[in-house]
Design a protein around this ligand. Structure first.
Ligand SMILES: *Cc1c(COP(=O)(O)O)cnc(C)c1O
Length: 390
């Protein structure tokens, strides 16, 4: 995306300043409902809530500003903003299936996508086949006559496995199957799946878009027709749209998104260089690192990778990993990522201690998110935590 387009989207697009005293920052339109003078006008809105302000469970002016910016960033016709990334996942899939349908999903998708596929959708007779997403043949083989949706997440947020988005989009188009891709890792600044033929793109806006660890929200983009269908059904029925205040925080987050990603990219490189030479680190997994198995594909479809990486720690016992994580003084142990603060989370936190097996590489993984701090500050923190292990 040319810089002038990006600057226009983030600073001007959707902002009707003449309507609010030429204020630089948009107002938070904290109103549940909107008044009418004519019955005829009200009747029109009842017929099409997607085009007019009626009630803030549907459209709201502050949310509209955000929708326009996020649609433009993805190169999509339209956008819906939800009260969580999980809501965006649920709505995008639920809108496109009925009982008896089949879904193909990339293996190990985001936890709550997987829980939806495993626990919720089977209640409606919808089955999901998981595939190793690194090979296009696996998708070809998994497609059934009743497959309606292919669900992707590229890269995923633990081992950063990629899917070839162009090839899968082409395959799905030919079969009339809808493709959905979780783009939380890259954001539209570093990957634009719609341009590769993917039908719908979602993001947890909680991560980089919000950027300050103070909002939970989700973005979904696609055609205007598809967004209207989801708005009229899933969004209005579940009432899971973003609130005006959270939309306002996300607009504020967008102003500095390029700057934050640039800074994090530089710091992450320094952190990776440090980790790769450390004797306690067996492997660093990062999609734009020279050692990454799908580096070529990453370079083809991503223009950046940012602050999330995984290390495989050399350890014989789980205690070593626990000691490292608990010894960090500045890098906090928490889920999520994309905020100002650096974080670490060990894979073994999802295991019962008795199930830990040092021979399993995955059990020794620690995911690290590099935030906005100085590289030296983070490296010194890790250095003393590694020292505490031995
Ligand atoms: C966090 C996350 C989500 C879910 O978003 P929420 O805003 O937490 O509901 C979805 N996908 C990925 C890859 C995530 O990291």
């Amino acid at each position: 995306m040319p810089d002038q387009d990006l600057s226009y989207i983030l600073n001007e697009l959707g902002e009707e300043r003449e309507q609010y005293f030429r204020a630089i920052a948009p107002p938070i339109m904290q109103s549940s409902n909107f008044a009418f003078k004519k019955v005829e006008d009200l009747r029109k809105v009842f017929e099409d809530e997607y085009s007019n302000y009626l009630y803030s469970r549907g459209l709201n002016p502050t949310v509209e500003i955000l929708r326009k910016k996020l649609a433009a960033l993805d190169g999509a016709e339209d956008c819906l903003v939800f009260n969580s990334g999980a809501s965006a996942i649920f709505a995008s899939v639920f809108a496109n299936i009925q009982s008896g349908d089949h879904i193909v999903s990339v293996g190990k998708p985001y936890t709550w996508a997987q829980k939806m596929f495993d626990n919720v959708l089977p209640r409606f007779g919808v089955a999901t086949t998981y595939v190793d997403g690194t090979k296009i043949e696996n998708f070809e083989r998994a497609i059934l006559p009743n497959t309606k949706v292919i669900y992707l997440e590229s890269p995923n947020s633990w081992d950063f496995a990629l899917q070839d988005l162009r090839a899968i989009a082409e395959l799905a188009r030919a079969e009339g199957i809808i493709t959905i891709c979780d783009n939380s890792y890259c954001t539209p600044l570093y990957q634009r799946p719609i341009e590769m033929g993917i039908d719908m793109v979602l993001q947890s806006a909680t991560k980089y878009i919000g950027g300050h660890s103070d909002v939970v929200a989700g973005v979904l983009t696609g055609t205007r027709e598809m967004m209207k269908k989801i708005f009229d059904n899933e969004l209005l029925n579940m009432g899971n749209g973003v609130s005006p205040f959270n939309a306002w925080l996300l607009i504020r987050g967008l102003r500095t998104l390029p700057l934050r990603l640039e800074r994090i990219t530089v710091t992450t490189r320094k952190v990776i260089d440090y980790l790769k030479q450390h004797p306690s680190v067996e492997e660093v997994i990062f999609p734009l690192d020279d050692s990454f198995p799908q580096l070529e594909l990453a370079r083809q479809q991503m223009t950046g990778a940012c602050g999330l990486l995984t290390i495989v720690m050399k350890a014989e016992k789980m205690e070593e990993i626990v000691t490292f994580c608990e010894s960090l003084r500045h890098i906090m142990m928490a889920v999520s990522w994309g905020g100002h603060e650096s974080l670490a989370i060990p894979r073994c936190a999802s295991l019962q201690p008795s199930a830990f097996n040092a021979a399993e590489k995955e059990h020794r993984m620690i995911r690290i998110y590099v935030g906005l701090e100085e590289a030296g500050y983070l490296i010194a923190d890790m250095e003393q935590a590694f020292a505490a292990v031995h």
